[in-house]
Design a protein around this ligand. Structure first.
Ligand code: HPA
Length: 272
């Protein structure tokens, strides 16, 4: 069975559950899943039900696909994502993005929890991703090109779509929110980085570090989706402060920034 056939099977299953044809998909990162509860008239599909779609095993990721209305628009929302560190392949973790593309989605709005490398940041800061560094040692497009989706050598010059970035900045300004901008570097995890790695990433120009998002962004660009990404800085990265990093801090700060994050995402969707 080809990748396209599998994706079409998943799309066909979704169509047995809902007729909605959202143009916008939202991926909710660690501790940011609350936005999913704000969808009106929601149709809920647990990942376990979806053919060929892997289950979420990460903490703070409930593993449900939601269709509903946000900011007056139809959206599809991934409440929890799949990570490379869960032991899944690059193809598995980016499979949902291909499904979104074949569902007719045009805009992919990604979010994540990230460690702050930029020492001007404090936990709770929201950061619009302007570009990324792929430090995963793998690319999800490796292997035969999936020509049903896109070209062999996918351009990444505007990976984070300029128009969506403009809309995000405008939305933050309207809400009186401080939305930083910066480069996101992806590591595989699941261990956090060492202080030496963080110093290296800072020299490279990165402002935030996390264990997700980059594979999805690459595949989304391959599929021709417009991408936007927001990081919630849940902690300062290793070595910035003289204290250890904990998963609890990440989830707690994610939950605390929840209200600002939800307001921002909702306003962005309204403006699309
Ligand atoms: N490093 C990597 N991933 C993360 C971090 C971090 O400090 N915080 C939240 N996700």
């Amino acid at each position: 069975m080809t990748l396209l056939n599998r994706v079409e099977e998943t799309v066909a299953y979704i169509h047995t559950k809902t007729e909605m044809k959202p143009e916008t998909a939202i991926v909710l990162g660690s501790g940011l899943g609350q936005l999913g509860e704000k969808l009106e008239d929601a149709v809920v599909i647990p990942y376990e039900e979806l053919p060929h779609w892997k289950s979420s095993t990460a903490p703070g990721h409930s593993g449900r696909l939601l269709f509903g209305k946000l900011g007056g628009k139809q959206v599809v929302c991934m409440q929890g994502r799949l990570h490379y560190y869960e032991g899944y392949s690059m193809e598995d973790i980016t499979y949902p993005v291909r499904v979104m593309a074949k569902l007719g989605v045009k805009n992919l709005l990604l979010s994540n929890a990230a460690g702050g490398i930029n020492t001007d940041f404090a936990p709770g800061q929201l950061m619009l991703i302007t570009d990324h560094i792929n430090f995963l040692g793998r690319n999800p497009l490796m292997g035969p090109n999936e020509a049903d989706f896109g070209v062999r050598f996918c351009d990444m010059s505007y990976a984070y779509h300029p128009e969506l970035r403009r809309i995000a900045l405008e939305a933050a300004e309207e809400l009186g929110q401080n939305l930083a901008q910066g480069i996101y570097v992806a590591t595989t995890g699941p261990s956090y980085e060492t202080p030496a790695e963080i110093r290296m990433f800072r020299l490279w120009g990165a402002s935030a570090v996390g264990m997700s998002t980059v594979p999805e962004v690459i595949v989304a660009n391959h599929c021709g989706l417009r991408v936007m990404g927001i990081s919630c800085i849940t902690n300062m990265a290793a070595g910035v402060l003289d204290q250890p990093l904990t998963e609890e801090e990440v989830l707690e700060t994610g939950a605390k920034s929840g209200a600002a994050f939800q307001a921002l995402m909702t306003r962005i969707v309204e403006k699309l």
